[in-house]
Write a protein that binds this ligand. Structure first.
Ligand code: MRU
Length: 383
């Protein structure tokens, strides 16, 4: 199965998804800023994948911050005071000077967290991962861990985020396959596959698991204008795995539902509010409406980290708006007057009432979602 990212010798290596399916190219990141740029440009994309990339970016950030203070220490070689401070910090002392330096390191670390969070606002997995890393560093400082220990623990935590994502996707796949009918003709939107995660995928993970059980007759993959994640990525990924796939343009979805025997729709999610309203790639809302009109069940597949329990409903989800030129052109070629007004939201919100179920690693949530999501929250907090 396709690899989205690798962590090797302290560098994050990302598969450049803007180049697929034409070429397979890798980007080597050794600063958190480069990872932030990759997230912004969609070189790495999909909620769980940007979460994991951001966790590794926080390790890179921590290393650069410590390096900066080491350089300062070297420059101030003659200053006993600085040396003492650094030594105290290094060995986890609780003395006043060490504490002060610790606070400075954490302040810089918080800046890195905020910068990364700002790279894409809708997918909550991004800020979920950076918060996890930042909180861990604060706890370690509190517990008096020294710098090498903190470094090692942060790296372990990022690797855990990566590995757990794959494990969660497998679980989602098992739960989700149960709701997929025999002879399934599935429609999906955007790319919620291995490419959008650390492996296996969410919506495509369910499809992979159902395919292993011999249930999948055909997958219809919406092209997903303007950036074509459906035709460039989903179609490529499914073909690589020999899963039958047919690509359609977005405006063919309703007609395909009417004429092609589509009997289930499954998509991923970027953020889910406490009442079940779900933000996902622009166009998902239209697909859900069409599915309702045809009596086809519409499912979301997403890990618990996609839920934003603090939001009452979907009106509170921030929707990213991207550059107008993504709409004014098609694959680098001008396709509209260069001064035409453009509205380019990257996501929309599907109201909970259109959703038949939300497939998570804890099981399939059913309406009323306010209740099932509250129960999910209790389980998550208990862990
Ligand atoms: O803009 P993108 O390509 O990052 O949008 C991705 C999606 O909307 C996915 O469906 C979502 O992140 C779920 S990925 C498992």
């Amino acid at each position: 199965m396709v690899e989205t990212m690798k962590w090797e010798n302290g560098k994050l290596i990302l598969l450049d998804q803007t180049k697929l399916p034409v070429s397979v190219e890798w980007i080597f990141c050794d600063t958190y800023q480069r990872v932030g740029k990759a997230i912004q440009k969609l070189e790495v994309r999909g909620a769980p994948a940007i979460g994991a990339a951001a966790a590794f970016a926080m390790v890179l950030a921590w290393r650069k911050i410590v390096e900066k203070y080491e350089t300062k220490r070297d420059a101030a070689n003659t200053s006993n005071m600085q040396l003492q401070t650094y030594a105290a910090m290094l060995y986890g002392s609780h003395d006043h000077a060490a504490k002060k330096l610790q606070q400075q390191l954490l302040k810089d670390f918080l800046q890195a967290r905020n910068d990364l969070d700002a790279s894409r606002p809708t997918a909550v997995t991004l800020s979920w991962a950076t918060k996890l890393m930042y909180d861990a560093a604060c706890k370690m400082a509190e517990a008096g861990l020294n710098l090498p220990q903190t470094d090692a623990e942060l790296e372990k935590l990022a690797v855990k985020v990566y590995e757990q994502d794959i494990a969660k996707n497998r679980k989602m796949g098992d739960f989700g396959a149960e709701v997929v009918p025999e002879e399934a003709v599935i429609l999906t939107h955007c790319n919620a596959g291995a490419l959008a995660t650390c492996g296996w995928g969410t919506a495509l993970g369910v499809i992979r698991s159902a395919h292993e059980q011999g249930k999948v007759k055909m997958v219809y993959s919406d092209e997903t204008r303007p950036l074509l994640q459906g035709s460039r990525l989903t179609a490529w990924e499914l073909l690589e795995d020999n899963i039958p796939v047919t690509t359609i343009t977005d405006n063919m979805a309703a007609w395909s539902m009417k004429t092609k025997g589509i009997n289930i729709v499954i998509t991923g999610a970027d953020r889910i509010a406490a009442n079940g309203d779900t933000a996902n790639k622009i166009g998902t809302y239209g697909v859900a409406l069409a599915a309702k009109a045809h009596g086809i069940p519409f499912y979301i597949a997403a890990p618990a980290s996609t839920f934003d329990f603090s939001l009452k409903n979907g009106t509170q989800i921030p929707i990213e708006e991207r550059n107008a030129n993504e709409v004014r052109s098609f694959q680098g070629k001008v396709s509209a007057p260069k001064n035409v007004n453009v509205f380019n939201p990257a996501f929309d919100v599907t109201p909970a009432r259109l959703i038949a179920g939300i497939i998570t690693e804890y099981g399939v949530l059913r309406p009323p979602f306010s209740k099932s999501i509250k129960e999910l929250k209790t389980k998550v907090l208990r862990e």
